[in-house]
Design a protein around this ligand. Structure first.
Ligand code: AP5
Ligand code: ZN
Length: 217
């Protein structure tokens, strides 16, 4: 399957993507995680991306599309993938369509995670991620790690993302409404959008997502 996950910052895209990718046996491709890995390895791409991410803005399309395309062309993504955080505006969606067409592939669904703004703000405020791998995600009250400040998965140190400050979160939400939300209409026109409520316990949201994807088949 080839799935795109969309939803505001803090909706739980990363949390759900990890679980869905495992169940559906497809790789989880998160452009946010790829940028954060580049930042921790201090690559040129990481240095460029950090300045945009810390301000809550989108990283320029040219580098983002090249990075996403490169990842989707890896052998493990041949049979399908779950995209998290990409595409994030209409020109990225058009670039993805182009790639899909060139490679004779098909997008199966765009899973839209809906969550109210006050809830996503609370989720982001309490989020802690792992220094070793930013796809290891916890929340201080909703999904706390067994030991405070320590990643359950790999034992790494948990920290608060630089772009999770109140001011940057406000900017990221604005960017989501103005630049990312239009891709929902873009994909609605292709009949691909499946919307689910992303509220309630993590496992319930996963169940809802799997049901919705099955119904959509
Ligand atoms: P990215 O990393 O993609 O961030 P985002 O879209 O803002 O989404 P988040 O990671 O904040 O939230 P999420 O929905 O994954 O929620 P999570 O599962 O962590 O992008 C960051 C930046 O990178 C962008 O601002 C941009 O600069 C750049 N970038 C990335 N892609 C780009 C692109 N394509 N083009 C240009 N620039 C790009 O959950 C949040 C918290 O809630 C966690 O603590 C979690 O434990 C908790 N939680 C999750 N689900 C539940 C639940 N059901 N109940 C209670 N708590 C929950
Ligand atoms: Zn970890």
């Amino acid at each position: 399957m080839r799935i795109v996950l969309v939803g505001p910052p803090g909706a739980g895209k990363g949390t759900q993507a990890t679980r869905l990718a495992e169940t559906l046996h497809i790789p989880h491709i998160s452009t946010g995680d790829l940028f954060r890995a580049n930042i921790s390895q201090q690559t040129e791409l990481g240095k460029l991306a950090k300045s945009y991410m810390d301000a809550g803005n989108l990283v320029p399309d040219e580098v983002t599309i090249a990075m996403a395309k490169d990842r989707m062309e890896q052998p493990d993504a041949e049979g399908g993938f779950l995209l998290d955080g990409f595409p994030r505006n209409v020109s990225q969606a058009e670039a993805l369509d182009e790639l899909i067409e060139t490679e004779n592939m098909k997008l199966d669904a765009v899973l839209d995670l809906e969550a109210p703004e006050d809830e996503v703000v609370k989720r982001i405020a309490g989020r802690r991620v792992c220094r070793n791998d930013s796809s290891h995600v916890f929340h201080v009250t909703y999904t706390p790690p067994k030991q405070e400040g320590v990643c359950d998965v790999c034992g790494g140190e948990l920290y608060q993302r630089d772009d999770d400050s109140e001011e940057t979160v406000r900017k990221r939400l604005e960017v989501y409404h103005t630049q990312t939300e239009p891709i929902i209409d873009y994909y609605k026109a292709q009949g691909l959008v499946v919307t689910i409520a992303a509220t309630g316990p993590v496992n319930e949201v996963t169940g809802r997502a799997l049901e919705a994807l099955k119904r959509d088949q």
